[in-house]
Ligand binder design. Sequence first.
Ligand code: AMP
Ligand code: GLY
Length: 424
Amino acid sequence: MNRVLVIGSGGREHALAWRLSQSTTVAHTFVAPGNAGTALEPGIENVVLDVADFQAVIQFCQLQNVTLVVVGPEQPLVDGMVDALLAVGIPCFGPNAAAAQLEGSKAFAKAFLAKHKIPTAAYGEFNDVASAKTYLQGQSFPIVIKADGLAAGKGVIIAEDLAQAEATVEDMLEANAFGDAGSRIIIEEFLVGEEASFIVMAAGEDFIPMATSQDHKARDNGDLGPNTGGMGAYTPAPVVTDSVHQKAIEQVIKPTLAGMKADGMPFTGFLYAGLMIDDEGQPKVLEFNVRFGDPETQPIMSRLQSNLDQLCLAAVHGDLAQQDIAWDPRFALGVVMAEKGYPLGNDKGNAIAGLDVVPAGVKVFHAGTATQGDAVVTAGGRVLCVCALDEDLKAAQQKAYEGVQAITWGSEYFRTDIGFKAIK
Ligand code: AMP
Ligand code: GLY
């Protein structure tokens, strides 16, 4: 029986830990540091650990006989947590630091895509204002400007005209608006179409596709307002037809995994290709993430029926090709409830009411929550993701919103149209 440690504290980690804890081959699940949702979950235990301190994580794993570590967020992956744990023989599912550059550096990812002829937007890479401005002269607008490094989902600006593009370039390269992450920038072609999240479990060139999904990155109804980490998601995604699925695998996933291996950085972990799919069903890569999506994880884990620990361990041991994966055929949809003001603002500490009265069949995953005595309080940003499964997307949407209606803390904010693009 496995003893599993999940690293992270968001909704993604609650969903991963919840699914792991239900595996028939998991005896105990730890989450470091976790949130109020993981603290309340049967079979899951939160651990106070500084996850930036890899030696502390190693000591904990050795003391507790942990047999599998699953790393949720990108920062510890980019910082080399997997390298550190594998070096002392602790099975750890995720990419090493070299492979995590696919997310850690947009310049790395774009150069990789170009080298391996994987479809993506045309681009230029710059570290000085003058050459960036010269490049902008010949371009059409809107145009997309991205900070090279990790910027917690905030480093992408869509500039509507030359003036805004020049100001953005100055902000990033001169005024250090994104710190070191913005000391190098990518300027790329604006792509039109519908976005989808294409996520696979990978180990070298072997992979198993996760159920398809779409999230809603904009804060407000109708996909308007500022970009966020994601305000809701659903699975499967109708935009990923069989033909789009086939193209994503043949033109994106296979060449990416083969290219990483050929370049001496074989990829193990969740590989997330953010795709833009045009009118003709042609996918292009918008970005790579080297981890599961948040909130995509919450509805996708709601549908996973296989033992997730077995899949992760098979990947770590190079046996992924031998594995089968089973999905609940129903649709799942999750609505994010955030603190008013998200993605700015910092309201927190509000007691959440209604968690115990959500309708049967609704699963509430926590993200920014904490316990205060007997109460569950908000801890800022995205607070909850309320998920439901049903025969079709509309029914799943309705059930999820019944869950949302049962919950309040006075300053909650959520979109009321999650799934609208797929429900006509
Ligand atoms: P990223 O963090 O690279 O996924 O970018 C965040 C969001 O910006 C994406 O989910 C898209 O909505 C948008 N975006 C990024 N790159 C492009 C592009 N080349 N064309 C159009 N939209 C883009
Ligand atoms: N939902 C998008 C992401 O996790 O990056």
